[in-house]
Ligand binder design. Structure first.
Ligand SMILES: *Cc1c(COP(=O)(O)O)cnc(C)c1O
Length: 461
C-alpha cells in the first residue's frame, strides 16, 4: 500500500515513511492510494487484537512484526479487560461503545498505544531518533505521553493551552516525570498551540535537522487504528453482516468520525455517521449547509476536546468528495486560508455529502447537563460531557430498526466538575488516579511563538 497527499504534490510513499512524517511536504495530509475491502464474515468472530491485525495489515504492509506490536498495544492489562472496546447496551437498539478504558481514560489511547509501538519499532529499524511535536487541548497530549513515555529513540514536546484544561487533565500530563517527556504550557488557546506546530512543521530545514514528527490526529496510523473499533462495535451490535448500524461521534478534529467513514468505505454497513459538534460548530454547519467556515475565535466550552476553529482531518474527507482531485483541494484550501471559508452547496459535490451517510447536530452546555442527567436517571450510567454531546445529537437522528451506537470518548472521572454540576455528585475515580492532583508537576511556560518553541526543542534534544 502506498500513500499519497491530499494536495497531490508529494511523491507516493510507504507506510513506514508516512508514519514518521505527519504532514506531507506539500502541506497536505497523507492517505492510502486505494481503500482496502473488509471481509465481514471472516472478521465477525475475531477478538480485538486479531481484528486489529486484519484491519491494520490492509494499510500497513511494510512492518513484518506488526502482529507482535498490535498484541502489545491491545492487551487486557492496558485496556482493563479483553474486550478493549466493550459495547454496553442502554436499551434495545441503543448502545454505548466504551472507548475510554485505556491508560488516560480517553479514546485517543486506542490509537496512541499502537502508535507508540509503531514508532519505537520503525525508529529502531532505521537506527534513528524522533522528536514528537504535538498540540493538545487535553486528551491527545496525555494519551501521547502515556504511549511514548520511556520509549527508546523518542522525545515528546507537547504544547497545551495553559490553564485551559481540567485540573485532572493538566495533572495527568504535567505529573509525568519521564525524562523523554516535555510539557510546554502555551500562554494561549488550543488553536495557538496548533498554529505553532504548523509553523514549526512548515520550516522544512528545521524539521529535517531536528527530526520532528507528529502524533496529532492527522497521522494516518491513528485513523487506521480507530477504524478497528467501528468493526468491533458493529459485530457486537448485530447478528448478520447486513444489519444497518448508525454511529454517533462527538467530533472535534474529525479524526474519529473520519475513521468511521473509512470503515464504511471498506464495506461496513453503516447507515448514518452522526456528527455531534459542541458550540464550535463549524462541521455541523458544513454538513447542514455545505458552507465550511473557520471560526475566528474558538469558544472555550465544557467539552474542551471538541473545541476547534477548523477540523484538521476534514481535508481528507473533502479529497474523497471531489474524486481525489488534488488541484481542487488546493484551490479550496487556498480559499479557506484567504477568505476563511468555502462553499460547496452549489457544487456537484454537495449531493454526495448526504450520500456519504453524514448527518449532524449541535450540542451546548445546557444540553450536556441535561443529557448527563437523563442518561443517569434513565439508565444508571454516568457519561462524560463529550459523550453527552454525542448522545444528545444521536437521539435526534435515531431511526427505528437501526442499531444506534454512541461512542464514549472519555471516562466521566476525567470531567468530574461537569458531573457534579449535572448530578450533584462526582463519578468514581479509578484507584490509580486517586491522588493525581497532589503529585508534583513538571512543565515549561512558553509564549505562543514558533521561534521560542524551536529554540526549546533545539536545546533539549
Ligand atoms: C479528541 C476528543 C474528541 C474529538 O475527536 P476528533 O477525532 O478530534 O474528532 C472527542 N471527545 C474526546 C473526549 C476527545 O478526547
Amino acid at each position: 500500500m502506498r500513500y499519497v497527499s491530499t494536495r497531490g504534490a508529494a511523491a507516493p510513499k510507504r507506510f513506514t515513511e508516512v508514519l514518521l512524517e505527519g504532514l506531507a511536504p506539500d502541506g497536505g495530509l497523507y492517505l492510502p492510494e486505494a481503500t482496502p475491502k473488509a471481509d465481514l464474515p471472516a472478521w465477525r468472530r475475531l477478538g480485538y487484537p486479531e481484528l486489529a491485525l486484519q484491519v491494520l495489515s490492509r494499510f500497513i504492509d511494510d512492518i513484518p512484526e506488526l502482529e507482535t506490536l498490535v498484541r502489545r498495544a491491545y492487551s487486557a492489562r492496558v485496556f482493563a479487560g479483553n474486550e478493549i472496546t466493550p459495547l454496553r447496551t442502554l436499551e434495545p437498539g441503543l448502545h454505548l461503545l466504551g472507548l475510554a478504558n485505556g491508560p488516560t481514560l480517553a479514546f485517543k489511547d486506542i490509537a496512541l498505544q499502537l502508535l507508540g509501538e509503531l514508532f519505537e519499532w520503525v525508529l529502531n529499524e532505521k537506527n534513528q531518533t524522533l522528536n514528537v511535536l504535538g498540540a493538545t487541548s487535553g486528551d491527545t497530549g496525555s494519551a501521547a505521553e502515556y504511549a511514548m513515555r520511556g520509549k527508546r529513540g523518542i522525545r515528546v514536546f507537547m504544547l497545551s493551552p495553559h490553564k485551559r484544561m481540567t485540573a485532572f487533565q493538566a495533572a495527568q500530563m504535567y505529573s509525568l516525570q519521564d525524562a523523554n517527556i516535555h510539557n510546554l504550557a502555551v500562554k494561549g488557546v488550543f488553536d495557538d498551540c496548533q498554529d505553532v506546530v504548523k509553523k514549526v512543521n512548515a520550516d522544512a530545514a528545521y524539521k529535517a535537522q531536528h527530526r520532528i514528527g507528529a502524533v496529532n490526529s492527522i497521522n494516518w496510523a491513528r485513523v487506521a487504528a480507530q477504524v478497528v473499533y467501528y468493526f468491533k462495535a458493529y459485530f457486537a451490535a448485530t447478528r448478520t453482516d447486513s444489519d444497518p448500524v448508525s454511529f454517533a461521534v462527538p467530533t472535534g478534529n474529525f479524526g474519529n468520525i473520519y475513521a468511521g467513514h473509512v470503515a464504511r468505505s471498506m464495506g461496513l454497513p453503516v447507515r448514518s455517521l452522526i456528527l455531534a459538534s459542541n458550540e464550535n460548530d463549524v462541521l455541523d454547519q458544513f454538513f447542514r449547509t455545505g458552507r465550511y467556515r473557520a471560526r475566528k475565535k474558538v469558544k472555550h466550552t465544557t467539552s474542551p476536546s471538541m473545541d476547534i476553529s477548523k477540523a484538521s482531518n476534514f481535508e481528507r474527507y473533502v479529497y474523497g468528495l471531489v474524486d481525489r482531485d488534488a488541484a481542487r483541494v488546493r484551490d479550496l484550501w487556498r480559499r479557506l486560508d484567504a477568505e476563511g471559508e468555502f462553499d460547496l452547496s452549489h457544487s456537484p459535490y454537495w449531493p454526495r455529502v448526504a450520500q456519504s451517510g453524514f448527518v449532524s447536530g449541535r450540542s451546548t452546555h445546557a444540553d450536556r447537563v441535561e443529557t448527563i442527567k437523563m442518561v443517569f436517571e434513565k439508565y444508571g450510567v454516568m457519561i462524560d460531557p463529550h459523550t453527552a454531546d454525542g448522545v444528545k445529537v444521536a437521539l435526534e437522528h435515531r431511526e427505528p430498526g437501526v442499531q444506534l451506537v454512541c461512542l464514549e470518548t472519555a471516562a466521566p472521572a476525567k470531567f468530574a466538575p461537569m458531573l457534579v454540576e449535572a448530578l450533584g455528585r462526582a463519578p468514581e475515580r479509578p484507584a490509580e488516579w486517586r491522588d493525581l492532583e497532589r503529585l508534583p508537576q513538571r512543565f515549561e511556560l512558553i509564549a505562543p511563538d514558533a521561534e521560542a518553541v524551536k529554540r526549546y526543542i533545539a536545546s533539549h534534544s
